[in-house]
Ligand binder design. Sequence first.
Ligand SMILES: [Zn+2]
Length: 449
Amino acid sequence: MASSAVQPSRSRDLDKLLLRSGNLVGENFEPGPQLRDDLREYVRILVVGAGGLGCELLKDLALSGFKNLEVIDMDRIEVTNLNRQFLFRLEDVGKPKAEVAAKRVMERVSGVNIVPHFCRIEDKEIDFYNDFSIIVLGLDSIEARSYINAVACGFLEYDSGDNPREETMKPIVDGGTEGFKGHARVILPGTTPCFECTIWLFPPQVKFPLCTLAETPRTAAHCIEYAHLIKWDEAHSGVSFDPDDPEHMKWVYDEALKRAELFGIPGVTYSLTQGVVKNIIPAIASTNAIISAACALETLKIASGCSKTLSNYLSYNGVEGLHIKVTEFEKDKDCLVCGPGILIELDASVTLQKFIDLLDEHSVLHLSKASVTHRGKNLYMQAPPVLEEMTRSNLSLPLFELMGKVPKDILHVTGIAIKDDKKTSCLRKLRIVFKGVDGVTDMDMAGGA
Ligand SMILES: [Zn+2]
């Protein structure tokens, strides 16, 4: 097994990037052995997700010379993960992914320390995330990305001229894969667009127009969706389709096959039927490897300055041949998440309860069931019940007093917002200004103090 001594050859390739200058280096790059050692000692990286992409990321980051890694994932290992989540073995099935992934990488890469966290990302205190130099995402869910993005952007402070203060910027490197396609992006909150600035990159699921399904099917998927969306309801009045019921699935498959024969369309199989109906996109190991490599390199670039970072979104497409393109997306200056925050002016007499009601009625926020945090201190928490009870007495107190009688400051609120008819939990940054309170100067703007 791995010896505890670091082999001299280990950093040979890394040294080429870190020990000498070049014409692509970042602004404050200072090459030398000190930089290499500092990266090992002081840079702390959180990997979010220990699935297909997360396994690759942990391995790549460990081999890129980072020593202090942590990984957070709420899932347990399943048999179907084993083909691509290469850190896991058959005997690991049922164990937490984060724990096994950390253990396996530490066994193979000497000197690296990986702390696993087997829990939901929302279970961690916000301050947990502030301890890391860079957060790297290997996630497959938009909601989880959006959450981490909001947390990281929440740390960003602005000066009195609404310029982001660089020392409060928490960089995110986000990777994502779907079949043969993937992306890697660098989010420098306040500088490059955050996840929310470009949320339109994730359009709602495209569905086939019903008229195509009913009249002019051209593909096997059209035939399957016809059986699934139209035929099923005609034949089973009142019984809703259950994608986990094998008999239901078989029925759809048989109907799709009949339809495909009628129109002379090949390719309807039982597994394709499952894939289309359950909207399963196969995971491809090589896509994960390519995207992870790009993410690990960007992480190294941010941490060391050895090269300018990706600006700012790389898309990879391996469906036909191989196509990689980098797009420079633009920041949304009105972004609720990475911008200076929504300004809310209040009378000094407004109670916390009244403030929470105002968030619900607010024309932009529409935030219900809000929990409120001020500088890491919980002013009111909706859950868990213990915290709710502990903070309930604050509701009748003026917010001005709860915030230490400062004329203006930042508040963080989490709650439920309705977006596209869907309820999502979200975190918002608010700039609170108390009306008619003396001592308001530009110097204690926006989280200064
Ligand atoms: Zn943004």
